[in-house]
Design a protein around this ligand. Structure first.
Ligand code: CP3
Length: 345
């Protein structure tokens, strides 16, 4: 078996201490990221530049020694690879050409998809050669529902009026979009694994916007199909799901066949997660990123509380969502040291 802590935790094997990494660990809170991004031009150019994307992936590992590196890319490269227009405007976030009609749902074309995403696979390949031996490489993609929200809304949304309007009124038409995204996401993640990714995480950031009854067709169903698709070719590669904001329905996610890990948001009580989720799979989470902005004793106390509740079972320490740009890097260092030196009490 491997000596990489993250892979051991995902396989339910004993570890000397919980592995840790942080969502959005590469990003604007680091001055060296801002410098490399400047060099690349804009954010998308950085994503498609294998040398610079490798560099920003490695930056947090050099500083803080996390147990895993996450490929530097974005969930919105996939709609672009399907032929939709995507741009990132300063201060505005992502802007997409809104997809509103069944006739405009893109076709899945594996040749075009992999051609477009070639530089991402190259970044993965470079990283699998350059990472320290004990650091695991995580690939990722957005989940179909979350990617669909950006495609249909044309960007970030407050109320999901357009995408819910379509999903609730025309289950069959919208289901076709979800199907295309499910197939494309499986193909994309399998190619990342071929290039060297050892684990993959599927980000369903906006799962919590849905009523419970829609979680099965739009969130759990697609996740189950992507896990099965990956495992048909790569039975041993662990998949982590992150259906954010779904509350107690996380119990249903934890029962998805073959899912190795479930990332939970900060609103989830770690003791509840230990009792209800850990018997099924490895739990990942769930410090509020705002506590890392605050730092000091409030951050340390909250981190210890999570470790006390979850470190006995299969566990990966992480945040409940991504690091925010105003986070002082020293706080991330202090949090990393706290987890690294954790001894069961
Ligand atoms: O370090 C890492 O976590 C790896 C890289 C990564 C990025 N985006 C880089 C990024 C990952 C895993 C993502 C996932 C992603 N992207 C998600 C799912 C996770 C989540 O955070 O909810 C979503 C919803 C997106 C879409 C996206 N990308 C938005 C809405 C934005 C704009 C908001 C913002 O923070 O500016 C992005 C941009 C983005 N993706 C940045 C980074 C580092 C900031 C871009 C910049 O440098 O200005």
């Amino acid at each position: 078996m491997t000596d990489k802590r993250l892979l051991r935790a995902l396989a339910g094997e004993p570890v000397d201490r919980p592995p840790f990494w942080f969502m959005r660990q590469a990003g604007r809170y680091l001055p060296e990221y801002r410098a490399t991004r400047e060099q690349a031009g804009d954010f998308l150019e950085l994503c498609y530049n294998p040398e610079l994307a490798e560099e920003v992936t490695l930056q947090p590992i050099r500083r803080f020694g996390m147990d895993a590196a996450i490929l530097f890319a974005d969930i919105l490269l996939l709609p672009q690879a399907l032929g939709r227009e995507v741009a990132f405007r300063a201060g505005e976030g992502p802007v997409l050409e809104p997809l509103t009609r069944t006739e405009d749902i893109p076709e899945m074309n594996a040749g075009r998809l992999h051609d477009h995403l070639g530089p991402v696979y190259e970044t993965v390949g470079r990283l699998s050669n350059s990472l320290p031996a004990d650091v695991a490489l995580i690939g990722f993609a957005g989940a179909p529902w979350t990617v669909a929200t950006y495609m249909v809304e044309g960007g970030s949304s407050k109320d999901y009026a357009a995408v819910k309007g379509w999903a609730f009124a025309d289950g069959e038409g919208f289901g076709r979009l979800i199907d295309v995204l499910t197939e494309a996401t499986g193909a994309y993640l399998k190619q990342q694994i071929r290039a060297g990714a050892e684990v993959v995480q599927i980000f369903d950031t906006w799962a919590g916007a849905l009523p419970a009854a829609w979680l099965e067709p739009l969130v759990f169903g697609p996740l189950r199909r992507i896990v099965a698709d990956i495992h048909e070719s790569f039975p041993d590669v662990p998949v982590i799901g992150f259906p954010r904001g779904i509350g107690a329905a996380a119990e249903r996610a934890a029962e998805i066949e073959g899912l190795a890990g479930l990332s939970v948001d900060w609103a989830t009580d770690p003791r509840w997660a230990a009792e209800r989720l850990q018997p099924h799979l490895t739990v990942q989470g769930n410090l509020d990123p705002r506590l890392v902005v605050v730092g000091g004793e409030p951050m340390r106390a909250a981190a210890r509380d999570i470790l006390r509740a979850l470190a006995k079972g299969p566990f990966i320490f992480n945040l409940g969502h991504g690091i925010v740009p105003e986070t002082p890097p020293e706080h991330v260092g202090e949090l990393s040291d706290l987890v690294r030196n954790w001894k069961a009490e």
